[in-house]
Design a protein around this ligand. Sequence first.
Ligand code: ADP
Ligand code: MG
Length: 400
Amino acid sequence: MMNKFSIQDLQLKDQQVLMRVDFNVPLTREGAIADDSRIKAALTSIQYVVNQGGSLVLMSHLGRPKGKKEARLSLQPIAKRLEELLEMPVLFAEDCIGPKVEAMAENLQPKEILLLENLRFYEAEKCPEKDPSFAEKLAKLGDVYINEAFGTSHRKHTSTYEVAKQFNGKSATGFLVEKEIAFLGNVFERPKRPFFAIIGGAKISSKLGLIRNLIEKVDGLFIGGGMSYTLLKANGQKVGDSIVEDSEIENAKEISKISSSKAVKLWLPSDIVIAESLSNEAETQIINGKDAIPDGWQGVSVGPKTCADWKEALQNAQTIFWNGPLGAFEYPQFADSTYEMAQFLAQSIATTIVGGGDSVSAIQQLGLLPQFTHVSTGGGASLEFIEFGHLPCVDILTDR
Ligand code: ADP
Ligand code: MG
């Protein structure tokens, strides 16, 4: 599966390593680092370069500055935090390209680290065609290239794709990307069976490709959360004021058809928590999964019977992939089923893989991250990898 060079396949001594990392950390309203997991996740690759005697230029984006400098989205505080975590100095460049940065990069000694300013202060980071010279200017800063930014590897941006293109024979995955691809690739190619997928979240349109692909691979598919109401409506059921994508009704019908033709059991909620509004104070009821949801009410989560049924069906699973919460879990009063499923998966002996920003944050809230076999750091990227089996910014790296 992993037919790409890994960081360990490259000679790094006295080489300058240009590494794309994912330091797009969540910020507090005051602009402080709210969670430094993404910085910590890159430490292994960073320390490896230093220990091998290479010099290191790190580049990342942060937030959505729309191609303009925005003081609030500077990477400077991240350089500080990185320094603390590594217990060694980290130089910071107040730009990511240009003569000053080039001079700093040139003067960098083995075992020294330089972090560049936010790549997205340039429009060309997200839209490479706007300025092809942006890629060349970044590429100048290193002798070898490492992709350690799994979360952005599904997008052909300048730093992840155009720059990598210029390092043929001298590019590789970082440890984190290597691990992601190994785990997700295994699920994609040879899962231990029975293999089940649990898909939730608000919108079915964003996950149709994923669901179609999973039907080809799984032994059973469980669909909960907001997207289940589009499937129920496609089956002719009344769903009241639940979130529904009417434009996806035909696609939803097709999903039911494909799964029955493949004899893949499609599990829908056996019961539904309904509420008069999406709020913690709203009146709630639990209804049977086959009952009409009255007007003025909406489905907000799968119910306790669904959890019990699904847990029983998942008892002998060998592999479980989970993406998307089973209800509007941001509201504590609707979070029970999502939390119950997270707890069940955490103690399951199956290989458990979770991808998706909101599902991962539900698990994090419960402190259960370490109990999953693999928690994918890249939401969109992990879903695209499961869907297509490869990612453009990994494809572009050197073949082994
Ligand atoms: P992930 O980030 O794990 O891929 P999504 O982004 O697809 O998940 O979906 C998460 C969102 O779906 C959450 O904001 C959650 O509130 C919402 N959601 C889940 N179930 C419902 C529901 N029944 N009604 C409204 N929103 C829901
Ligand atoms: Mg999400």
